[in-house]
Design a protein around this ligand. Structure first.
Ligand code: F6R
Length: 608
């Protein structure tokens, strides 16, 4: 997500901060900015676009003299990428400047509170609220002001804060978003990540949850949430820059797989308030949602598999017909959609051309459009009636992982919200499902614990030429994604089959040693899957099966078992995907493939 840097020392801050921000470019961003503490208080410069724009505007930082300051690269969440929405944000009095990474969930309430107290806002961001709130509480003591303001924030935040009246200090504080400090001789640093610091220091301190740091030229003091000082032993970083960019992981794909609990939490938790789902839809009214008689989902690739997985869930929960169409087919299919149709468009990039044209086709025919998009301000987001952003942060690896799982999380939210409005789920069932959703990040964390097992299985099977995935119902949709993940990065041919179809042709491909990955998570059809496993085993297949940790029937027939935690049916589809991503990753690693940039593929497909 966003990148934060801060510097206080003897050198000119602006050029140093610009250079440090360059080292965070890998995180993805759409705008950048600086706030420098100079002779005349705070000066701010910020610009939409690449860092080079900010570099040109400030003549490499020369137009912003001063030896302390904060800088930021923004990945938009609230409000489009624009100069005014870029960070740093200044409070209306100009006394406080803030850079932020994360999402302030209660920003609407805080904005109302501050507006009542005469504060005026320039931007659409949640971050500006933080600057104003700190300003509101500032009566001469900067630390107290930050603490008072911070105690009112809910959500995730890493903050770098500068005060016009205190040119000799910077403040850093964090909760659920990363922030580190760099320790130098007569100079100290704030950063979101290690690469920004490596040129200046290899001694770093990681701030823990809700710890607050006061940085001066002479040193750094850290305090816990109660205001008590904390002794932090510096950590020496021996990594090189390229390893550091990936947070110590060998590939962005693995980093992004491991980020999924946080990404899902960021996507879900701002949308659940007091046990109720609030999607924040602006244009599609409750009446429209109640009147819909058909849902069609359009997307490409993995995003279409999110659609297929959700199809089962949505039609069951909402009692409406749900279809999933590949965007490239939909746009030429003379589709039957009208003003009683809801079209859900799913796209990480928000720029996939076929998906964009499918959206336009549905819109032209009168359908209501909700899109599920990761990139704020992208074409699909802009052309939709309402957008539900997946707050997964930038996805760098070509093969999608965290975008997929956050898209799925948004589909759960849609299903429950619509079920409440349409009265198709009882209050008790709804509360249970919302609680299951809130527990999802922790379950996904648990699934990441399968890493070693998947690495081991990959070592057994990485040299195969063909792999089959079988499953029924939701498991079939998950097989499609597991198979795509494997083939796109490892170049192993694989097929996903609805297990009931095996007998209609595919089973002729099974021979001694063929690997079959069988997903048996959908309990009502588990016994059918046991029969399918027996069929392929009888022809010599080796079977890796995914099933519930309490199930004994599948382990009795499979060669290898991935045991999944028992969890609510709603969130079950999120479980097997994590080990399947890890399996694909380790197979590709063992084969020596270019994991983050597989051959012939692009991250964003903006051609037909
Ligand atoms: C597979 C993958 C692709 C994308 C597809 C749609 O790992 O990433 O199949 O899902 O190209 O892209 P978006 O979601 O950007 O529309």
């Amino acid at each position: 997500m966003c990148g934060i840097v801060g510097y206080i020392g003897p050198k000119q801050a602006a050029p140093l901060l610009l250079e440090a921000l360059e080292k965070l470019e890998y995180r993805g961003y759409d705008s950048a900015g600086l706030a420098i503490l100079g002779g005349n208080g705070l000066s701010v410069c910020k610009a939409k676009g690449r860092l080079s724009v900010l570099f040109d505007w400030t003549e490499g930082g020369a137009t912003m003299p001063g030896t302390a300051g904060i800088g930021h690269t923004r990945w938009a969440t609230h409000g489009e990428p624009s100069d005014v929405n870029s960070h740093p944000h200044l409070s209306h009095s100009g006394r406080v400047a803030v850079v932020h990474n994360g999402i302030v969930e209660n920003y609407a309430e805080l904005r109302e509170f501050l507006t009542e107290h005469g504060y005026e806002f320039q931007s659409d961001t949640d971050t500006e609220i933080v600057a104003q709130l700190v300003d509101f509480y500032y009566h001469g003591d900067p630390v107290k002001a930050v603490r008072d303001a911070e105690s009112l924030l809910s959500g995730s935040y890493a903050l770098g804060i500068a005060f016009a009246a205190h040119p000799d200090l910077l403040i850093a504080v964090r909760k659920d978003s990363p922030l580190i400090l760099g320790l130098g001789e007569g100079e100290n640093f704030i950063a979101s990540d290690i690469p920004a610091l490596l040129k200046h220091t290899r001694e770093i301190v990681r701030l823990d949850e809700r710890e607050l740091a006061v940085l001066t030229r002479a040193g750094v003091s850290v305090y816990d949430r109660f205001g008590d000082p904390v002794e932090k032993a510096p950590e020496h970083i021996a990594w090189d820059v390229s390893a550091a960019e990936k947070g110590g992981y060998a590939h962005f794909m693995l980093k992004e797989i491991m980020e999924q609990p946080t990404a899902i939490r960021n996507t879900i938790s701002p949308r659940i308030k007091d046990g109720e789902i609030d999607l924040g839809l602006v244009h599609i009214t409750e009446e429209v949602i109640r009147a819909i008689d058909k849902i069609n989902i359009v997307a490409c690739g993995s995003a279409s598999y999110v659609g297929m997985t959700s199809q089962y869930m949505l039609s069951k929960m909402l009692h409406v017909p749900v279809t999933v169409e590949l965007a490239s087919e939909f746009r030429y299919s003379d589709p039957v959609v009208d003003e009683k149709t809801l079209t859900i468009v799913i796209s990480q990039s928000g720029e996939t051309l076929d998906t964009l044209f499918a959206l336009r086709e549905a819109k032209r025919r009168g359908a209501h459009i909700i899109s599920v998009v990761n990139v704020v301000g992208s074409a699909i987001a802009n052309e939709s009636e309402d957008v539900l952003y997946t707050w997964a942060g930038p996805e760098i690896a070509v093969a999608t992982t965290k975008a997929y799982s956050t898209q799925l999380a948004v589909m759960y939210l849609i299903a429950l919200h619509f079920a409440r409005l349409r009265g198709t789920l009882s209050d008790a069932a709804l509360s249970e499902a919302v609680a299951a959703l809130e527990a999802l990040p922790a379950l996904v964390e648990e699934m990441l614990g399968k890493r070693e097992q998947m690495q081991y299985l990959a070592s057994l099977f990485f040299n195969l030429r063909d792999i089959f995935f079988i499953g029924r119902n939701i498991d079939y949709a998950l097989c499609l994604e597991g198979s795509l993940k494997l083939k796109e990065i490892s170049y192993i041919h694989s097929e996903a089959y609805a297990a009931g179809e095996l007998k209609h042709g595919t089973i002729s491909l099974i021979e001694p040693g063929t690997l079959v990955i069988a997903l048996c998570t959908h309990a009502p059809l588990r016994e059918k899957m046991v029969s399918n496993i027996r069929e392929v085993k009888a022809r010599g297949a080796v079977v890796i099966a995914f099933t519930d940790e309490n199930d004994a029937s599948v382990p009795a027939v499979a060669d290898h078992v991935i045991a999944l935690p028992s969890c609510a049916p709603l969130v079950l589809p999120s479980m097997p995907l994590i080990p399947l991503q890890l399996f694909a990753y380790y197979v590709a690693l063992l084969k020596g493939c270019d994991i983050d940039k597989p051959r012939n593929l692009a991250k964003s497909v903006t051609v037909e």
